[in-house]
Ligand binder design. Structure first.
Ligand code: FES
Length: 214
């Protein structure tokens, strides 16, 4: 077992300020950033706020910024990591916890599920490889955090997460809504094609955007 120092950017809502705190954590080969956060919470500071649930790359709740890049804490190996911070571009709640709920609330009313006649719903879903890939989106919001065009306060550009959802539905043979029109309404034309948005879970973001724009 070795030890390493980990810088954590913490947000204090009562003082409305961010500060950096350095923790020393014990590390075994293969340990993840999430294991280090849980260890800090259990042994050093139980006031450290962060989110997780499944611990194995399924729930999407553990998104954080790792050395400046949006990553899933439970999937990111600890050995080369220096700094953990909250996901950029989303409202801060406390320490590493961001307000995911208000992002999803902005999109309520969009019917982000297949809509169509009952006959359609009972029909067979024909999947293509892109659709299958997009369906593994964990909703971690790392893509939104890495998009330079996205601004949480600006509702006219929803950011990549919504375009993944709309592309899932556009490619869903049962869905009858016009998802391309919704994407335009929610600002897809403002996507600069910079390709800086990234997904730590291998979602083909650029395929999703292309399917809605072509
Ligand atoms: S804890 Fe569920 S995806 Fe990381």
């Amino acid at each position: 077992m070795t030890h390493k120092k980990l810088r954590i950017l913490r947000f204090d809502p009562s003082a409305a300020n961010c500060r950096e705190e350095v923790f020393t954590v014990a590390m075994q080969p293969g340990d993840t950033v999430l294991q280090a956060l849980i260890d800090i919470y259990d042994r050093q500071d139980s006031t450290l706020a962060f989110r997780y649930s499944c611990r194995y790359n399924r729930c999407g709740l553990c998104g954080v910024s790792v050395d400046g890049r949006p990553r899933l804490a439970c999937k990111t190996k600890l050995d080369r990591v220096d700094e953990v911070a909250p996901l950029a571009g989303l409202p801060l709640l406390r320490d590493l916890a961001v307000d995911r709920g208000s992002y999803f609330k902005k999109l309520s009313g969009l019917s982000l599920y297949p809509v169509g006649a009952l006959d359609n719903m009972l029909g067979t879903l024909r999947e293509d490889p892109l659709h299958r890939n997009l369906m593994s989106c964990l909703e971690c919001l790392c893509c939104v955090s890495s998009c330079p065009e996205h601004d949480f306060k600006d509702s006219s550009f929803a950011g990549p997460y919504l375009y993944i959802k709309l592309a899932q539905l556009h490619l869903d043979t049962r869905d009858t809504a016009d998802r391309r029109a919704q994407a335009v309404e929610w600002g897809i034309k403002r996507c600069a094609g910079c390709m800086l948005c990234s997904c730590p879970n291998g979602i083909n973001l650029h395929g999703a955007l292309a399917s809605l724009m072509s």
